[in-house]
Design a protein around this ligand. Structure first.
Ligand code: DQA
Length: 146
């Protein structure tokens, strides 16, 4: 797959990164994350987006299928219950386009409702618990396998 862009999609409440529960999610903002990923990606464009709206995230996954753009997806709370997002993620991986699920925190070490991901079974892989480095590790894997 020729790689000129990676979609980095972020679900609900991740627009509050930097001030949202910094003891769990750290103090880096989404803009900080975009800059650091772009630094690692070199000529590959980091197309980082965030939405609190399930429909918008699903539209972006459809775009990833049509344009064959690899995805790093932090589904945030949708991880735990959105079958619609899961179905859209299935379209991506079934098209042979990598989709890596990432989490800043380790959901398995937190409340019980966070232990279930409806996305993981259809993702190419999952990286969780390393803060912003979860995204950097996912990017590294996408760049390596391109
Ligand atoms: C999260 C974990 C989810 O449980 C939570 O709802 C989030 C962020 C993470 O990155 O650790 O919003 O996906």
């Amino acid at each position: 797959m020729s790689l000129d862009r990676v979609l980095v999609l972020n679900g609900p409440n991740l627009n509050r990164l930097g001030t949202r529960q910094p003891e769990i999610y750290g103090t880096a903002t989404l803009d900080d994350l975009r800059a650091s990923l772009q630094h690692h990606a070199g000529d590959v464009e980091i197309d980082l987006r965030q939405s609190n709206d399930e429909a918008e995230l699903i539209g972006w996954l459809h775009e990833a299928v049509d344009a064959r753009v690899p995805v790093i997806l932090n589904p945030a709370a949708f991880t735990h219950y959105s079958y619609a997002l899961r179905d859209a993620a299935t379209l991506v991986t079934e098209a042979g386009v990598p989709l890596i699920e990432v989490h800043l925190s380790n959901p398995h070490a937190r409340e019980e409702f966070r232990h279930t991901s409806v996305i993981s079974a259809v993702a190419t892989g999952v990286i969780a618990g390393f803060g912003a480095d979860s995204y950097a590790l996912a990017l590294q894997q996408i760049l390596r396998s391109a």
